[in-house]
Design a protein around this ligand. Structure first.
Ligand code: UFG
Length: 426
């Protein structure tokens, strides 16, 4: 089959594309790389960089038998701050895709829907027939797409399958030449397992959002599914596409794990300690989200085969592979320029050090720290509404700038260079 994978340079999309290729399908990936990575495009896939709005009609007209549609905006918090981005970026772009499919005559589509369509479920495990009460524009936009797919099936004989993901985790290993690990690389990263692994490697505490939920240990309970199992469900869904019928399946394991339990598994897999900061609840987090996966088991024969430990272990392999690749790149670059940038909702730290020019920039709503040090020119900049600290140090020129409504500290210290502006605090 010739399959168009939208969002195929992203975390889940790249694994779906890799599995499709391994199963002998022809794969075209359309991705604007706004959140995806060109190096995640699996070898053998045809890659088109562009947006659905601009390119999808042309790409489909080139030849496609089916679409797996993953391209989307997917941050719940961002959707609360900027709803239009989600209605237009998710529902609007999907309408463009569906209209092009209708005109060109492509019927089969597997759509990545989400547990967020259920909002705060009244009972668990959640069934596909339970009420849809999204609590965010992200969940709302996905719910609206599911409704549109039902209508297009009824009115135009579209053959859609919606897969409602619960918590996707882990990493996928592609064997052979050009293979390697495909995993999660979001900026900013909001998901629990990658954040726990990052905290473990960087020796900083992990924020646990909410410890007073009505759950056994007070932290939220989620249903985690390995990304390889998720991709497998897409291949089964493609085979099940049926004109005029909208199939909808939850993708879960029917088992829940608390935030504390996930952290414990990550500690065990890495052999590293993870310090924890008990933080306030994150707005919009339901206490328990666990899926019933009876329907997909009965109709498509799908069951998850990899447990939480395998998810944490594979995500850890991916994290280490990324660190090795980064070290290799730095070594290959030699004594030239060193750059570090950090941005995220929590504390952001960037540090660059090297014999050449060193640049560090940190920004984000939490505390931002940037430090640059080296015998060449050192530049550090921190900016954000929280506390901003920037420090540059070295015998060459040193520049530090901190800016923001919170407390700002900038210090640059240099040896013999006359250009150093000296310490500044505001
Ligand atoms: N968490 C922390 N610390 C972190 C990150 C997460 O304590 O640094 C907690 C969250 O508060 C939550 C749990 O870990 O209780 C899981 O959080 P994730 O961000 O990993 O996943 P979510 O359950 O929030 O999100 C998932 C999907 C979304 C989807 C949502 C539906 O990733 O795309 O389920 O509610 F919208």
């Amino acid at each position: 089959m010739r399959v168009l994978v939208t969002g195929g340079a992203g975390y889940i999309g790249s694994v779906v594309a890799a599995q499709l290729l391994a199963a002998g399908h022809e794969v075209t990936i359309l991705d604007d790389l706004s959140t995806g990575h060109s190096d995640a495009v699996p070898q053998g896939a045809h890659f088109v960089k562009g947006t659905l709005r601009d390119c999808v009609a042309e790409v489909l007209a080139d030849g496609a038998d089916a679409v797996v549609h993953l391209a989307a905006k997917s941050l719940v918090g961002e959707s609360m701050a900027d709803p239009s981005k989600y209605w237009s970026g998710n529902l609007g772009t999907t309408l463009t895709l569906l209209e092009a499919m209708r005109v060109i005559g492509v019927r089969s589509i597997v759509f990545s829907s989400t547990a967020a369509v259920y909002g705060e479920p009244e009972r668990t495990p959640v069934l596909e027939t339970d009420p849809l009460r999204p609590t965010s524009p992200y969940g709302g936009s996905k719910t609206a797409i599911d409704t549109t797919l039902t209508e297009f099936a009824r009115l135009f004989g579209l053959a859609p399958v919606s897969l409602r993901y619960f918590n996707v985790a882990g990493a996928h290993h592609v064997a052979g030449e050009g293979g390697g690990w495909l995993g999660e690389r979001h900026h900013p990263e909001t998901h629990l397992i990658p954040n726990t692994l990052a905290a473990a490697t960087q020796g900083r505490p992990l924020n646990v959002f909410g410890t007073d939920y009505p759950t056994p240990d007070g932290t939220c309970v989620r249903d985690y599914i390995h990304v390889t199992d998720v991709a497998d469900a897409h291949l089964r869904a493609l085979d099940a596409c049926e004109p005029g019928r909208h199939r909808i399946y939850n993708l879960g394991s029917q088992a829940g794990f608390s935030v504390r339990e996930v952290i414990e598994v990550c500690r065990d897999v890495t052999g590293l300690d993870v310090a924890v900061t008990e933080a306030a609840r994150r707005p919009g987090d339901p206490a328990v989200l666990v899926a019933s996966s009876e329907r997909i088991k009965a109709e498509l024969g799908w069951t998850p085969t990899r447990d939480l430990r395998a998810m944490a272990a594979d995500a850890w392999q991916f994290t280490q592979a990324q660190a090795r690749a980064q070290a290799d790149r730095a070594a290959a670059e030699g004594p030239g320029q060193s750059n570090a940038a950090a941005e995220g909702p929590g504390q952001s730290n960037a540090a660059a050090e090297g014999p050449g020019q060193s640049n560090a920039a940190a920004g984000g709503p939490g505390q931002s720290n940037a430090a640059a040090e080296g015998p060449g020119q050192s530049n550090a900049a921190a900016e954000g509404p929280g506390q901003s600290n920037a420090a540059a140090e070295g015998p060459g020129q040193s520049n530090a700038a901190a800016e923001g409504p919170g407390k700002t500290n900038a210090a640059s210290e240099a040896g013999p260079s006359p250009k150093a502006p000296g310490p500044a605090t505001s």
